[in-house]
Design a protein around this ligand. Structure first.
Ligand code: Q46
Ligand code: ZN
Ligand code: ZN
Length: 312
């Protein structure tokens, strides 16, 4: 197997691109895909202050590394979710990555600051763990970006993630979500801009990027992910991709180009009025935001002093 660019020995084959790459040209390929996603979807500008949501897994560390190598000023933000050893170990990976590269990693520990953890808090609040977790992370990422004066929040969602979400939304005809499937969400109503620069890279490619770039990441999946529907959707799409390389990208990008607009016209044009949460001040269309309601039901409490001090 030879590299399509330099004819040297290849280390990876990308069937959907009909290409093989050596380590050097695969790294360049990943960088090019990220640059292309950023410019195609107008995700950010070179001068932007960027906050990367970091979990210690391959995708978040890969996107942080890629953005720094592309010259972006990107700091990391880690949320400790209190998911036993998994949280302790994942924080170690994130910290080590940042320390080795002299990057800034902010962190908030949910049990310490808000008095609940995801496993027991989600049970008390009668929510599935991933829903309580997603709500917690979204709130804290938004808050960290606004409090820290960042222009944009970056997440490590890759092509497999986005195609699986689209697949789930199609299976259930979630028209609201189908209308908002773009990998960039504009800043609005006090929420920061959010972008997904890895959307042109598959999961297998971000893992290969980490291995070839010497990035040590946490391989274990979160123990709460078991039974997660998205994992099933990913498996189904991987089966299709195996017999028909390129299907995932065609499904996702084809929808963005040719399908999404039809659903956008179904969105409520006025939207709900946005005010400030009576407890924490975050933007919300209710009196008390969903995060504060979760904290209360999960048996935690808001810190008496706002804003939260982020530890580095
Ligand atoms: S961390 Fe949280 Fe994921 Fe674990 S509890 Fe679910 S959402 S699976 S990205
Ligand atoms: Zn090469
Ligand atoms: Zn609130």
């Amino acid at each position: 197997m030879k590299c399509t660019v330099c004819r040297g020995p290849a280390v990876i084959d990308l069937r959907r691109h009909n290409s093989n790459f050596c380590a050097e040209h695969f790294t360049k390929f990943c960088r090019d895909q990220v640059e292309r996603a950023i410019s195609e979807f107008d995700m950010m500008q070179p001068a932007d202050r960027v906050l990367v949501a970091v979990s210690g897994g391959k995708d978040s560390l890969a996107v942080w590394d890629l953005l720094v190598n592309l010259g972006y000023h990107a700091d990391g933000f880690y949320v400790g979710l209190g998911i036993g050893d998994y949280s302790d170990v994942s924080y170690d990976y994130a910290r080590r990555f940042a320390a080795d590269r002299s990057l800034t990693l902010h962190a908030v520990d949910v049990p310490e600051t808000y008095g609940y953890d995801i496993p027991s808090g989600s049970r008390a609040a009668r929510r599935v763990p991933c829903s309580a977790c997603g709500l917690t992370k979204r709130h804290l990422f938004d808050k960290a970006a606004i409090d820290g004066g960042y222009d944009v929040v970056v997440t490590g969602h890759n092509l497999d993630d986005e195609a699986a979400v689209l697949f789930g939304n199609v299976l259930q005809w979630n028209t609201e979500y189908l209308a908002r499937q773009l990998p960039v969400l504009a800043a609005a109503n006090g929420f920061p801009r959010k972008v997904k620069p890895l959307v042109r890279l598959a999961e297998r490619e971000t893992a290969a990027y980490c291995v070839l770039s010497g990035i040590d990441y946490l391989v274990d999946e979160c123990p709460m992910a078991e039974g997660n529907r998205h994992l099933r959707y990913k498996e189904a799409l991987n089966d299709i991709e195996r017999v028909s390389p390129g299907s995932k990208a065609a499904f996702y990008f084809g929808f963005l180009k040719r399908g999404m607009d039809a659903f956008r016209s179904l969105l409520n044009p006025t939207g709900d009025a946005i005010g400030a949460c009576a407890r924490c001040g975050a933007p919300t269309d209710a009196e008390v935001c969903a995060f504060c309601r979760l904290v209360e039901r999960a048996g935690g409490s808001l810190p008496s002093q706002e804003p939260v001090e982020f530890t580095s």
